[in-house]
Ligand binder design. Structure first.
Ligand SMILES: Cc1cc2nc3c(=O)[nH]c(=O)nc-3n(C[C@H](O)[C@H](O)[C@H](O)COP(=O)(O)OP(=O)(O)OC[C@H]3O[C@@H](n4cnc5c(N)ncnc54)[C@H](O)[C@@H]3O)c2cc1C
Length: 385
């Protein structure tokens, strides 16, 4: 592993930094709000027009063919600039790697440019009321129809579902199958007949979540991703992206750790000395995640798969995010409780808002208990119970 960046990588960083510093809006209303959502989409369009939306993708789809190291650099610069949360996240970070791996050329040409330019926004439809950690117990089904499939069932906890155009999910296509067999990965148009999207309010009052009811909605054969009946292995490719690198790159946590240091510096005269240790520890944890990621990336470049490492990374980033925000709340004391956007709230109240979201990190993308099971079995080789 070489920890020095090349001249070309440094030039890429400088170009990204210059553009983001000049163009990134800093104080948009929250993404999952009626007033914030269109502004975030407008920002996505600007990123796309300037070829910063999907830097690692082929040029034909609006990318720059950046290497994985350059992509990590871009992410660092994106968060360093305080740029907005990505409205296209479910598509570009979760579905796209799966479309690149399993999609036909026709599907790639049709789906990827519209995803990159934010013309089509995606949500993930995996969880069901009776199937979360044990996803293989899902009961939503697809029945054969002329030229495609008709869907029946219910999905839930679809992030940004109320604002999305399309949903990717897995459905039981073989009624006699059990567990991981007989499932198929499908791409669903949320405006189709037979689809009802109902918002679910979140703890912070926003309505980004949705439950999706399917009552005979049609999915054409062209929108089946991968082979019929092979949905589980296609879905697991998406899960690897979600837990590992693409969803939560180190740049996000390095930027939060830096904000924490600045908050501590501003308030150091008013707070307990012991907080200094915790702030230093948070910086080290963020830096450790960066170094571990570089090590994993080096292995990917050499042709290895990330595999179960994504479970280690998921536990680290999600627990670090909670600790980062808890440290900030302890520095802020009673000021932490001022609601987002209220008069006198420090940094608009971002720390409490971020804390409420961080609490969900150990749950989404596969709970940390499940990740610990995977580490026990696949990395440590402990017996299955
Ligand atoms: C912020 C957020 C965003 C989300 N976004 C999406 C989305 O976009 N699309 C989507 O499909 N889903 C989404 N989810 C749902 C998420 O994937 C599920 O919440 C998660 O998989 C857990 O499932 P569950 O909620 O049904 O909990 P359960 O599976 O019922 O688990 C309950 C508890 O039991 C523990 N547990 C369960 N089984 C075991 C076991 N074998 N060993 C040890 N402990 C176990 C779990 O760790 C957990 O603590 C989101 C969730 C959150 C919080």
């Amino acid at each position: 592993m070489d920890l020095n960046y090349t001249e070309a990588e440094e030039a890429f960083r400088a170009e990204a930094r210059g553009w983001l510093e000049a163009n990134a809006p800093r104080d948009l209303p929250p993404l999952d709000s009626p007033e914030g959502f269109p502004l975030h989409v407008a920002w996505e369009r600007k990123l796309f027009e300037n070829r910063w939306a999907v830097v690692s993708w082929p040029e034909a789809y609006g990318g720059r063919e950046a290497s994985i190291i350059e992509w990590l650099i871009f992410e660092e610069e994106y968060y360093r600039a305080g740029a907005p949360q990505r409205a296209t996240q479910n598509g570009i970070f979760l579905l796209a790697p799966t479309v690149f791996e399993f999609g036909t050329p026709e599907q790639q040409d049709r789906i990827l440019p519209r995803m990159a330019s934010a013309e089509e926004l995606w949500c993930q439809g995996w969880s069901e009321p009776g199937a979360g950690s044990d996803l293989a117990s899902l009961t939503s089904r697809a029945e054969r129809a002329d030229g495609g499939w008709r869907l029946y069932g219910q999905k839930t906890w679809c992030t940004r579902g109320t604002f999305s155009d399309r949903m990717f999910g897995i459905f039981r296509t073989d009624p006699d199958s059990e567990r991981h067999r007989g499932l198929t990965y499908m791409l669903v148009d949320l405006s189709a007949d037979g689809v009802t999207v109902r918002p679910i309010d979140k703890l912070d009052g926003e309505e980004g979540f949705a439950e999706v009811f399917l009552d005979g909605a049609f999915v054409p054969d062209d929108d089946v991703l991968g082979e019929v009946g092979q949905g589980w292995s296609v879905a697991m490719a998406t899960a690897g992206s979600e837990r590992g690198l693409t969803l939560r790159s180190p740049g996000r946590f390095l930027a939060t750790a830096q904000r924490l240091i600045e908050l501590y510096r501003r308030r150091r005269d008013q707070v307990d000395e012991a907080l200094r240790e915790r702030v230093a520890r948070m910086w080290m944890d963020a830096e450790a995640y960066r170094l571990y990621t570089l090590q994993s990336v080096t292995r990917i470049i050499e042709g290895e798969a990330v595999g179960s490492d994504s479970s280690l990374m998921k536990i680290h980033w999600s627990e670090m995010d909670v600790a980062l925000h808890e440290t900030a709340l302890d520095i802020l004391g009673p000021d932490a409780e001022l609601a987002f956007g209220s008069d006198g709230a420090v940094e608009r109240g971002e720390w409490m808002k971020g804390y409420l979201f961080a609490l969900s990190g150990p749950i989404y993308a596969g709970t940390n208990e499940i990740q610990r099971n995977l580490i026990a079995e696949r990395i440590l080789g402990l017996p299955r119970r």
